[in-house]
Design a protein around this ligand. Structure first.
Ligand code: HEC
Length: 146
């Protein structure tokens, strides 16, 4: 193959495959679970229940999806934002965690999965102060009409 042909081929591949990832339907549950086990579970425990200073993801993380600030919060906590996972992997592991752990905390209408693009933007601003920020996000969500 000539160089031009290879470039052309790669371009076609990019155009075809790009939107699949952008749409966020590239969920690979096995890979996501593996990433959770490797990079999150050490603190968050296998079933997301957490312990001591680690807040539960289980039956809770879905509440954050009810507001834009909450959605951003789950990406901006240091465990997410500063993880060595790339943007697509972080989006995937968050979506997998939500599917696996959120339970009844999920908004009644379900949720829009995180995309790599969205995660890339939020994680650029990791939270410096967490406690008050988290409390204000949760107060806002609690005040929303059901
Ligand atoms: C070193 C321990 C540690 C690791 C590893 C870790 N986290 Fe966390 N995570 C925490 C702590 C502690 C909090 C509470 C907020 C804070 O102080 O950072 C938290 C909060 C969160 C929250 C918000 C939950 C809430 O109710 O505040 C989410 C979502 C989250 N982590 C996801 C992840 C994901 C996804 C990974 C893996 C990519 C991960 N974390 C890795 C310790 C960790």
């Amino acid at each position: 193959m000539s160089n031009t042909m290879i470039k052309g081929f790669l371009l076609v591949l990019l155009v075809l495959v790009g939107p699949v990832f952008a749409a966020g339907d590239g969920m690979n549950a096995e890979r996501a679970k593996y990433h959770y086990q490797m990079f999150c579970q050490g603190c968050h425990t296998p079933d997301g229940a957490g312990a001591n200073a680690i807040p539960p993801l289980k039956d809770f993380m879905g509440y954050f999806l009810r507001s834009q600030r909450g959605r951003e919060f789950m990406v901006r906590v240091p465990g997410s934002a500063l993880s060595t996972l790339n943007d697509a992997e972080l989006a995937e592991v968050l979506n997998w965690s939500i599917d696996s752990f959120a339970g009844d905390s999920l908004p009644p209408g379900g949720y829009t999965p995180y995309t790599a693009e969205e995660v890339a933007i939020f994680r650029k601003e990791p939270l410096q102060e967490i406690e008050n920020h988290r409390a204000s996000v949760l107060a806002e969500i609690a005040a929303l009409k059901p």
